[in-house]
Design a protein around this ligand. Structure first.
Ligand SMILES: [Zn+2]
Length: 591
């Protein structure tokens, strides 16, 4: 009896909001154990759904993912109980990460929570089902449009496709507006001003300071982008005439991509004379009859050369490498760690092409990162910030230089430096052209979530930002009857986008630092870290940290710098910038 009485005030005190450090620790242990199980369960259901798409697997996967999200929201709300408690740094960090781990928070009100979940699923599948039907019975899906966009040089056809793809999104407009309201409500219940503020809080610095960091990085790379933009504009004007202005923004439909987000498909139009790199990796892979397993082995071998352990046997047994003939699968390449320990897999429909060869290295970057942080507590098993995860595989892909291909025995010798302009231009059309696009998606969304862009200005504000950052304009009149942001997957699917901008800055910063560790000299675009245990040691040390420490610490471990720094991408493209500026001499730059 006495024992019970003694216990009673203690538990009452806990319930009244004066919890202890020990309770916080016990709470987090419970949370981590639950998330560990729920995420594996959801991972398995998603894997089956993505590799065997049926009505049932979709339902099962949705149900498992809802269980995970709801549990996380509940835990994040419970965590607020410990807000006033002074916790040791690791527990404080876990509490913070728990509250920040979702991109969408369902409101406590069950009716609103159900409505938000329904809107989110509905928006994503509206996008997924999006088709443009130029005439009854003839419909084009995104893959068709992408393929035609890459190859067609007929401006009328391109304009038609540009308009056509954007007919999928006006029906999303009202739902998106309501989605913004409800997800803001959930974010506010967790103590954030709005969903955008919650996203910006994930970067180990005050949200306003992070926004300023992005501006600073953009100012660093802007001159390089403006040079590329000016060159592309006058080359397109040579090709298409007056529909491309001499000095204004470039019309959005002529850049070889549905969203004008990367321009590598224009390379044949823009290639400098005499700079043909002299080899075609796709042709080499085909001639050598490189099978899909051999392709993946080349990728694994790159990581082994840096000192990573081989992939587990189960990786080879459980991955999906080829498009099955008998069922629907999601072919979009992805990397998984189903049990958050070492059940690593990739899902890809591999073909013997240069593009897939690079993608394999990219996906394995995710897998080796996932395994490197698997000894961290559950809440720390993620990349230092979300840009890091995307950057690692791309960093490795930057090492796939002609010299690396020589080492593989693919080429007898590397092309001489006179071919560098071509190699660099092709890469810049992919990487540099992407930078302003990577930035502007969330510039729009943050203002939408904060209310600075009201629903009646959704489309106008979207194009204002595209003009400001990309120097691109719509090729046809737009109005608020349109909803062009909805025609880009990550908006209806609610995937934050700033990570891709960061990854494009970070991968060059990582590459420069690793090339230095490896003792490589010469221009950055000809440096490969292949075979360097010293570079590998540094890389592994950073990956093993997961997100246990602020990303600045992780960055310092690898690069010695605590700031993201776009001078590396500028260094990498310096020879191209010089060449572009010579070509552009006497021609207008900017818009
Ligand atoms: Zn990726």
């Amino acid at each position: 009896m006495r024992f019970l009485l003694a216990l009673l005030p203690f538990s009452l005190a806990a319930a009244q909001g004066a919890p202890t450090v020990e309770e916080a620790r016990a709470f987090l242990d419970r949370v981590e154990a639950a998330l560990f199980d729920l995420s594996a369960e959801s991972g398995r259901a998603s894997w089956v759904q993505a590799t065997y798409i049926t009505y049932d697997t979709e339902l099962l996967a949705a149900a498992a993912s809802e269980r995970l999200i709801n549990a996380t929201v509940r835990f994040a709300q419970e965590a607020k109980r410990f807000d006033g408690v002074t916790l040791p740094p690791d527990l404080a960090r876990k509490m913070k990460l728990l509250k920040l781990s979702l991109t969408m928070v369902t409101p406590r009100d069950p009716a609103k929570s159900a409505e938000l979940t329904r809107l989110a699923t509905g928006l994503e599948s509206a996008y997924g089902k999006g088709k443009y039907c130029p005439e009854p019975g003839r419909c084009l899906d995104l893959q068709d449009i992408t393929r035609i966009n890459a190859e067609s040089r007929d401006p009328r056809q391109l304009l038609d496709l540009w308009r056509g793809w954007r007919t999928i999104s006006p029906p999303m407009r009202q739902d998106y507006r309501r989605f913004v309201e409800l997800s803001n409500e959930g974010a506010r219940e967790l103590g954030f001003r709005d969903t955008g503020a919650m996203w910006r809080s994930k970067y180990d610095m005050p949200p306003e300071e992070f926004a300023r960091e992005l501006d600073r990085l953009w100012e660093q790379v802007k001159p390089l982008y403006v040079s590329l933009h000016a060159y592309v504009r006058w080359k397109l004007r040579e090709k298409y005439g007056d529909i491309v202005p001499a000095a204004g923004p470039i019309p959005a439909h002529l850049l070889g991509n549905v969203w004008a987000q990367s321009w590598e498909n224009l390379y044949p139009l823009l290639a400098p004379a005499g700079a043909d790199p002299g080899y075609d990796l796709t042709k080499i892979l085909k001639e050598r009859k490189t099978g899909h397993l051999a392709m993946v082995k080349y990728g694994e071998n790159f990581f082994l050369s840096l000192g990573f352990e081989p992939l587990p046997k189960t990786f080879w047994e459980r991955s999906l490498f080829l498009k099955p003939r008998d069922r629907e699968v999601v072919c979009h390449a992805s990397a998984w760690n189903i049990d958050n320990v070492d059940d690593l897999r990739i899902k890809m429909c591999i073909e013997p092409t240069a593009e897939d060869f690079i993608t394999i290295h990219h996906e394995l970057g995710h897998n080796f990162y996932q395994r490197a942080y698997n000894k961290q507590p559950m809440l720390f098993r993620d990349s230092a910030n979300d840009g890091f995860h995307e950057a690692i595989g791309d960093t490795i892909a930057l090492s796939m230089t002609p010299e690396y291909l020589v080492q593989l025995g693919f080429l007898p010798s590397a092309p001489d430096p006179s071919k560098d302009t071509g190699l660099l231009l092709a890469r810049a059309l992919e990487k540099v052209a992407f930078l302003p696009f990577g930035l502007l998606i969330d510039q729009w969304r943050w203002k939408v979530f904060s209310g600075e862009i009201p629903p009646e200005k959704y489309n106008q504000a979207w194009w204002d930002l595209i003009l400001k950052y990309q120097g691109i304009a719509p090729p046809a009149p737009r109005s608020e009857a349109d909803f062009d942001p909805g025609a880009k997957y990550h908006v209806p699917a609610n995937v934050p986008y700033t990570r891709y901008f960061l990854a494009h800055i970070l991968q060059f910063q990582f590459h420069r630092a690793l090339a230095q560790s490896a003792g490589r000299r010469g221009p950055l675009h000809r440096c490969s870290i292949y075979g360097s245990k010293e570079a590998g040691r540094k890389l592994i040390a950073m990956l093993e940290m997961g997100q246990s420490r602020p990303w600045q610490d992780a960055l310092e471990t690898l690069t010695g710098q605590r700031q993201m720094d776009a001078t590396a991408i500028n260094d990498y493209f310096a020879p191209l910038k010089k060449w572009l500026d010579e070509q552009n001499r006497g021609k207008p730059a900017g818009w």
